[in-house]
Design a protein around this ligand. Structure first.
Ligand SMILES: Cc1ncc(COP(=O)(O)O)c(C=O)c1O
Length: 283
């Protein structure tokens, strides 16, 4: 099955797609993105991703981009690829213009879609859980906008790998536990879950909101509130959520075991429920 790219109206093999060097995404990080998962030839939660894309575009005062046009580009590239279990990446930059910080007077947003085989989580990470480190959150104050400016996330992930663990969790200067490098974070304390509220300091994940919905149906209370590192370390369960992460158990943080150091029952149950939803969806 070919891995494909859509570039401003044309679909081609991914290695043939080229963007101009004066694309503002390349020079200023002036671009937003979404990452949508394909399961069994269908895209999971596409409309929620398009809603968040619109939020990002509006927040950055982008010129109007047609939602229908973006939806068609995503679906058409995904279908043409024939890849059933895919990772569909969508990026929209403000356009191509001579380098100047100010918005160009006339620029056409550049739409890029790539479709690749999804990165499956290694089975041992699912079975045994992952270990993480905490890092200071040095990101800007609008993490609710899904921009391509991911250098703090890149550095945090790299630090985790160089420390011999799988991922990192951002903690603010004031000690508030935020989220993972490409995922949201939930903890279980006795009979309820805690997760950071959807403020500008985190990205409100689509998986996070699906999980909150599932918890509602299952009678599991989720409190969206701030909590600190001590609360995190003393939790009964910790897990990450995201489009590529799905639901991933965290069993050690900064070298300290969480509970008995095994993936917990609520985490595993929610992972199964999310899997069910992902495999019976719409587009
Ligand atoms: C910083 C950050 N938080 C959370 C998420 C999870 O969002 P979603 O569930 O929509 O994939 C992502 C996904 O890329 C992310 O980069």
């Amino acid at each position: 099955m070919p891995e494909l790219a859509f570039l401003n109206g044309n679909i081609m093999p991914i290695e043939e797609a080229r963007v101009p060097v004066e694309d503002r995404g390349y020079q200023f990080g002036d671009a937003v993105y979404e990452y949508v998962a394909g399961y069994k030839g269908r895209l999971f939660a596409l409309e929620q991703h398009l809603d968040r894309l619109e939020h990002s575009l509006r927040a950055l005062d982008f010129p109007i981009v047609s939602r229908d046009q973006v939806r068609r580009a995503v679906i058409e590239t995904f279908k043409q690829s024939g890849i059933e279990r895919a990772g569909v990446y969508l990026q929209i930059s403000r356009g191509v213009a001579p380098r100047n910080h100010a918005f160009p007077a006339h620029s056409q947003p550049q739409i890029v879609v790539t479709v690749r085989h999804a990165h499956e989580t290694p089975p041992e990470h699912l079975q045994k859980g992952i270990r993480v480190v905490t890092v200071t959150d040095i990101r800007w104050g609008r993490c609710d906008i899904k921009t391509v400016q991911l250098l703090a996330n890149v550095l945090a992930k790299q630090k985790a790998l160089e420390s011999g663990v799988e991922d990192a969790i951002f903690i603010s200067n004031e000690g508030v536990v935020r989220e993972g490098t490409a995922s949201n974070l939930f903890i279980r304390c006795a009979d309820h879950l805690l997760t950071h509220p959807a403020t500008p300091q985190i990205l409100a994940g689509i998986t996070r909101s699906v999980l909150i919905e599932i918890c509602g149906e299952q009678g599991i209370q989720v409190h969206q509130q701030f909590f600190d590192r001590n609360t995190l370390l003393s939790a009964d369960e910790v897990f990450l959520t995201g489009t590529s992460t799905e639901v991933l158990p965290v069993i050690a943080i900064d070298g300290r075991k969480i509970a008995d150091g095994q993936p917990g029952p609520t985490t595993l149950n929610l992972r199964r429920e999310l899997e069910k939803r992902a495999n019976q969806n719409d587009v």
